[in-house]
Ligand binder design. Sequence first.
Ligand code: NAD
Length: 389
Amino acid sequence: MATSSANVDLDGNPIRPLTICMIGAGGFIGSHLCEKLMVETQHTVLAVDVYNDKIKHLLEPDSLPWANRIQFHRLNIKNDSRLEGLIKCSDLTVNLAAICTPADYNTRPLDTIYSNFIDALPVVKYCSENNKRLIHFSTCEVYGKTIGSFLPQDSPLRQDPAYYILKEDTSPCIFGSIEKQRWSYACAKQLIERLIYAEGAENGLEFTIVRPFNWIGPRMDFIPGIDGPSEGVPRVLACFSNNLLRREPLKLVDGGESQRTFVYIKDAIEAVHLMIENPARANGHIFNVGNPNNEVTVRQLAEMMTKVYAKVSGEDSIENPTIDVSSKEFYGEGYDDSDKRIPDMAIINKQLGWDPKTSLWDLLESTLTYQHRTYAEAIRQSIAKPVAS
Ligand code: NAD
C-alpha cells in the first residue's frame, strides 16, 4: 500500500501544512480523521459539529502536542452564518455531516433528504465561490441494486462480475420506487454528487467525492441505552455489538442474506489522508473506498462477530445466537435493500496506490475488543439497576 511520507506527496513534491475545515468532525469517520491528522501530520483542523464527545481526547488538555492545530466550532450547518467564514479561511473543506443511519431513511425521509442534500448546498456554494477545494463524503448506496439482481435466480450471469462489481465511472445507480423511502438517502447523495460534479465542470470547483463501502471500527455510532437513546437503532456493527454485550440474539433482517464488504476504519482513513495530500491526483475524481476481499452476508457477519466476541470477552456465546426478523418489523414501512456491494478498486489504486489490508476477522477483533472494554461494565451496571416501580 502506498503511504504518504511526512513531508512529500506521491510525486515527491513537498507537502505544505494545510488548514482544513472538517464538517461533521465529531462523528465516527471525523474522529478518526482528526486523530490521524493530529498525530501524523502538521495540518490544522477547524472541527465543525454539533457534538464533540468522540474528539474530546484530541481537544483537551491544552498541553496536547497538537493543541494549537485543532479548534472545535460547535455549530449546526443548517443555520449558522459562521460557516462561510470558516470555509473562506481554510485551504480545504472535508464535508462529513449527514444523517446516515438506515433506520432513519424510511422513518425520517424529510430529515434525511434535507441533511444529505439541502444542508450540503451552502458548503458546495461557498467552496465554489471562494475557489476552495472540497472533499465530499457520499456513499456506496448511490449504486443502489446491482444489475445482476434483476436477472433470473438461476441465471449463470449472476456469477459474472460484470453484473455486480460497482465501478465509479460506468455503473448505473438503480433505486427502488418512490414509496420505498429507504432510497431517500441514496437519492439525496446522488443529487449532491451530480451538483458537485457540475460545479467542477461549469465553474472549475476542485472536488473529490468519496464513496465509503461500510467502514467500521471503534467509536461507530452508539450503544442504545448507554451513550445513545434506548430506543435508537444504530448501524449494523453497533446493533450487533449491543446484542452481544447484552447477551441477546443478533437480529437478522429478512434472513440476513444481503451481502456487504467491510473495511477497517484505519485502512480507509489512510485513503482519505492520501486524497488530502495529493490534490493533483485526487481532484475531479470519485473514489470507491472499501475492501472487496472482506465480503460476507449479514448472517455470516453475525456468526463471525459472535465467535470473535466470545474470544475477546472470554464468555461463551448464548445457545441461539441469531433470530430472524422481518424488515417491516425492524425498520418499518418503506424499507428496501441493495443485494450486494463490491467496490471496483481500479481508480483509487491507479490514482493513489491505495489498497486496504486488514482482514474481516482482524478488524472485528480489534473493534469488539474496544466495544467490550468501553461498554461491558456500563451494560452490566445498567442491567443490575433495579427498575423504578
Ligand atoms: P456520523 O453520523 O458518525 O458522523 C456525522 C457527523 O455529522 C455527526 O457527528 C453529526 O453530529 C454531524 N452533523 C450532522 N448534521 C450536522 C449539521 N447540520 N451541522 C453540524 N454537524 C452535523 O457518520 P460517519 O459514519 O462518520 O459518516 C460520515 C459521512 O460518511 C456521512 O456523510 C456518511 O453519509 C458517509 N458514509 C459513511 C459510511 C460508513 O461506513 N461509516 C458509509 C457510507 C457513507
